[in-house]
Design a protein. Structure first.
Length: 390
């Protein structure tokens, strides 16, 4: 087997190949339909083709090709060289269960990793931690930064204030903030972000991402808990009503949070897949990447990468938190898996495909497109489709 770095390179190269193939296929779709129209003997096919506009045909083609990017329901898995999608959901859950048991055994009595000291000449300016509503919880954000840096209050919230503290800037301890959590969808923050560039780190920002398939219902449930006294998971009927009334606005905000930040003065995005962070296979690697970035900026960080696995296990809450999440299809609640209509599934896929195929990202474009392709694949294969009530 190759090294982890070689695997990443192969994965990125393969993804780019798929994206280029998708783009070419979408561009050639109208020509393909024209040829079919000219040579088909079937009058019904000819009539249907003659009524379709080029835009309609290209749209249908792009939906399909961006998952060559997607595998056909009855065909081989296009991602088979990259990951074991041929396994059943039960197989994957069993594998995760075994891995968690093994890691838990190794990390049972391990303390927090030792961290070094901050670099003397470092400015240590706060880093934006921009995310869609509660992608990474306040507890998880705090624990992540505390463990990686040893700074107990290093992960702050833009909306929290106290004497001397406003918008993550502590006038009494200006070097005490590592990351500042802010809603990526906040309408007022573009001006705030750009005007704060001289006080915040402008070389990078961190953006956790979560598949909108689970992110939208989780954010909706979170708001119900925070503002409407909801306890635990809201009833399925509540989710369906809110989803049907607000779906277009939800997906627009999820997409907008990404594009608005990509257009700011901040130079490079560190995109963190929530699904990777919660994975026993990839989670420790996420910590290593973040630790490396923080170290480059002069923050105190883990002294040994060998500590990453147990550090990760403690940060995410161990087996107690991860077992339910993976058993419920990468969702925190087990009462039901939030579903969508078929029309909403197609809208979600098209919105993500538009980012993949048409957005020229200013920062870290290959990485975010790799994440988005994963999300498209997951939506196509695993989204729950609610039956239509008549």
């Amino acid at each position: 087997m190759g090294s982890e770095e070689e695997t990443k390179i192969k994965r990125a190269s393969y993804r780019l190949y798929l994206l280029r193939a998708a783009f070419c296929a979408a561009a050639l779709a109208p020509l393909a339909v024209f040829v079919s129209y000219m040579f088909s003997d079937d009058v019904n096919i000819m009539f249907a083709a003659s009524k379709s506009t080029a835009a309609d045909v290209a749209g249908r083609s792009k939906t399909k090709t961006a998952i060559a990017i997607k595998s056909e329901d009855s065909g081989p898995d296009s991602y088979a060289p990259l990951r074991s999608e041929t396994k059943t959901a039960i197989d994957r859950r069993s594998e995760v269960h075994v891995l968690l048991k093994e890691i838990g055994g190794r990390c049972q009595s391990v303390e927090r990793p030792k961290v070094g000291t901050a670099r003397d000449d470092a400015e240590l300016r706060p880093i934006w931690f921009a995310q869609f509503q509660e992608t990474v919880s306040g507890r998880l954000h705090t624990e992540l930064i505390r463990t990686l840096t040893g700074m107990n209050s290093g992960g702050k919230n833009f909306y929290a204030s106290s004497p001397g503290l406003k918008h993550c800037i502590n006038s009494n301890a200006p070097r005490s903030t590592v990351t500042c959590a802010v809603l990526s969808t906040e309408e007022t923050t573009p001006t705030t972000r750009n005007s704060s560039a001289n006080r915040f780190e402008n070389s990078i920002y961190i953006m956790p991402l979560r598949n909108p398939m689970t992110s939208l219902p989780f954010a909706t449930n979170y708001k119900a808990i925070m503002y409407h006294d909801q306890v635990g998971q809201m009833p399925a009927s509540n989710w369906q009503t809110l989803r049907d009334n607000w779906f277009d606005n939800m997906i627009k905000k999820w997409i907008g949070g990404i594009t608005v930040w990509d257009d700011t003065v901040y130079k490079r995005a560190i995109y963190v897949s929530f699904e990777d962070l919660m994975s026993p296979l990839r989670g420790p690697g996420v910590l290593k990447e973040l630790s490396s970035e923080l170290s480059r900026l002069g923050f105190p960080t883990m002294m040994s990468e060998d500590d990453a696995e147990c550090a990760w296990y403690g940060i995410v809450g161990g087996e107690e938190a991860l077992e339910p999440y993976h058993n419920n299809g990468q969702y925190e609640y087990g009462g039901y898996r939030p579903g969508y209509t078929e029309e909403q599934r197609e809208k979600m896929v098209l919105a993500l495909e538009d980012l993949v195929l048409n957005r020229n990202f200013n920062s870290s474009g290959e990485r975010i497109k790799e994440i988005l392709v994963d999300y498209i694949d997951d939506i196509r294969k695993h989204m729950v489709i609610d039956s239509v009530m008549t």
